[in-house]
Design a binder for this molecule. Structure first.
Ligand SMILES: [Zn+2]
Length: 595
């Protein structure tokens, strides 16, 4: 969507926007050195770890990792789409978003959202008229107030009453695209949801993006969700989040349950901090979404084998996203119980006691690990250590990783140094560069150990510094040489240098926004927020240029190896290239030698 708005306009807009002033509208900021600090608006905290840099025009939270530009802030905090965020900024700065670039003049998903909202209203009205549906809800103990808070509804069973009700207000394509109806072979429309209790799924701003639905009579499938659409993505959607935020503005903990009946059942009992995934396993995206709201999560699972397997999968997803103050605990329910049945039997106090007794992720991790690899034998302990290390390797937070290693060493009766060296020697994790990895380039020569990881960290060290200090003037031979090598990363570097050349006073935010449409944008945004440990700009520049030099050297060696092993006689151009590369290496080595 960013493509609809000319890049030059976004650049202009950001130049006239002050991210400090913008965030100040929502969060009281206090001066802290050359930056501004506040308690983070994206997670709950008592001491400020949210920083806004006027120089970079960029914000960064050391607690939850939230970061970005003025546009990102509006998108995240106000839950706006990219065009909406740009529109909002434009309004404040008195600029007009170029019309010809945005022919519809509005967000194209708007029609879908309108149709979904109209459907939710229709279902709510139908519920009032359906004795069977009301009886069912009352039978589950769900009162009118809870039904109203969660906007529950009823989809009649005849199969076309929604299509009838919305006819004339929305075209058929919109209703199909919103996942509300399907087209039959004869071209007529059929309601997707029939004879079901409807649970509208609302985004952070309360807009209906899809539905969960439950049959009240026997039949299959018992639960049915909206299909994926332009506004509904199961992997990024959590049921009950809007309602939980509405009930408590300063949330610090959320409880993740298995389904929407759990959420609504707990709400009826007076517990309004429960959410649920939409019939999918918990993903890292879900966890990131939830951790942007609260620092603490409790994950609930059935106590049976299936529940323990689900817990294990969730832990695999959770290990890489734990950092800073983020905390996860795990609660196994008694077999045969769900949160709804528990809270009915034991009341709110009993439920709260169970939550308080939920076990830390680290402890659950080791428990489930040792269930898979029993610790009674030497073989079991060694398998357990191997399996544990493989997962601990995915942990991004170095302190949490160390804690887990110590626990693993203790449980498996393995020497801690040995566990640590196994971790260091193992295969490299292919995730995003983590903050510590990006902060300093590795100290060993890249060709000597883990070339892939080495070059990844060198690239991170280089790009982080260019992004954060664009005004340092990066038109240096080291950078130009590297930018000329024909790789994807070099392409990014080349584009950055060109942008900086065009406007030498460019800010981090403006530079970054040029890449929003690229798949690597999240990585660049993360690098823009990586702390440089108080380096002075001169040192930053030296580290960056040194990284560029080493990357180019690595490129030379790889290229020479490739040319030397073609198995065919080299053409004259290739020979010339080989000679040039070798010469450069020789010169570099002699320059390296002292004296
Ligand atoms: Zn935060």
């Amino acid at each position: 969507m960013a493509g609809l708005i000319p890049q030059a306009f976004i650049d202009d807009l950001l130049e006239r926007t002050d991210v400090v002033e913008l965030i100040q509208r929502y969060v009281p900021l206090k001066k802290a050195g050359s930056e501004f600090a506040a308690c983070c608006p994206f997670h709950s905290e008592k001491t400020p770890s949210f920083y806004v840099s006027p120089r970079k025009q960029f914000y960064h939270c050391f607690g939850c990792g939230a970061h970005g530009t003025a546009i990102s802030f509006l998108m995240e905090h106000e839950n706006l789409s990219f065009p909406e965020a740009v529109g909002q900024l434009a309004e404040w700065t008195g600029l007009e978003v170029p019309r010809d670039a945005d022919p519809a003049g509005r967000d194209p998903t708007r029609h879908l959202l309108d149709a979904l909202e109209a459907a939710a209203t229709f279902y709510r009205e139908q519920l009032k008229a359906s004795r069977a549906a009301i009886d069912y809800l009352e039978g589950r103990g769900i009162d009118g107030a809870t039904a109203r808070d969660y906007a529950l509804g009823w989809a009649p069973g005849d199969g076309n009453s929604l299509a009838q009700a919305l006819r004339g207000r929305f075209d058929n394509d919109t209703l199909v695209a919103a996942g509300l109806v399907s087209r039959r072979d004869d071209g007529r429309l059929r309601d997707r949801f029939r004879a079901r209790i409807m649970f509208p799924i609302r985004d952070r701003r309360g807009r209906v993006t899809g539905f969960g639905a439950r049959l009240i009579a026997a039949g299959e499938p018992k639960y049915l969700n909206s299909p994926e659409s332009a506004v509904f993505h199961k992997g990024h959607t959590v049921y009950g989040l809007f309602e939980a935020r509405k009930a408590e503005t300063r949330l610090s903990e959320l409880v993740v349950t298995e389904g929407y009946m759990d959420v609504v059942g707990l709400a009826r009992a007076g517990f309004r901090r429960a959410v649920a995934c939409m019939g999918t396993a918990l993903t890292r995206d879900h966890l990131d979404l939830l951790f942007r709201q609260v620092p603490r999560l409790v994950l609930c699972f059935d106590g049976d084998d299936a529940g323990r397997r689900a817990a294990w999968r969730s832990i695999e997803q959770a290990l890489p996203v734990i950092r800073g103050l983020r905390e996860i605990r795990v609660l196994f329910l008694p077999e045969g119980d769900d949160p709804d049945s528990l809270v009915r039997r034991e009341g709110l106090t009993g439920w709260q006691q169970r939550l308080d007794a939920a076990v830390m992720l680290s402890e659950t991790f080791l428990q489930l690990l040792s269930e898979r690899h029993p610790l009674e034998t030497a073989e079991g302990r060694s398998q357990c250590a191997h399996a544990g290390i493989a997962l601990i390797r995915t942990v991004k937070d170095p302190l949490f990783q160390r804690q887990l290693l110590e626990l693993l060493a203790e449980r498996t009766q393995t020497d801690r140094d040995q566990i640590e060296s196994m971790l260091a020697a193992g295969p490299e994790d292919r995730g995003h560069p983590s903050a510590p990895a990006a902060a300093r380039p590795p100290q060993t020569r890249p060709e000597q150990a883990e070339p892939a990881s080495g070059s990844r960290q060198l690239w991170a060290a280089l790009l982080a510094r260019i992004l954060q200090l664009p005004q340092q003037g990066w038109d240096a031979p080291e950078v130009r040489r590297l930018a000329g090598t024909n790789t994807r990363a070099a392409g990014i570097l080349e584009a950055m240098i060109r942008r900086i050349g065009e406007s030498p006073a460019i800010s981090t935010a403006r530079l970054l926004e040029h890449f929003r449409d690229e798949t690597f944008f999240p990585r660049l945004a993360a690098l823009a927020g990586v702390p440089l440990d108080g380096e002075d700009p001169e040192l930053s520049r030296r580290i960056a240029l040194d990284s560029a030099e080493r990357l180019f050297e690595e490129h030379c060696r790889a290229r020479i190896r490739a040319l030397a092993t073609t198995g065919r006689p080299l053409e004259s151009e290739q020979l010339a290239e080989l000679r040039r590369l070798q010469q450069w290496l020789v010169q570099r080595d002699s320059a390296d030698r002292p004296g």
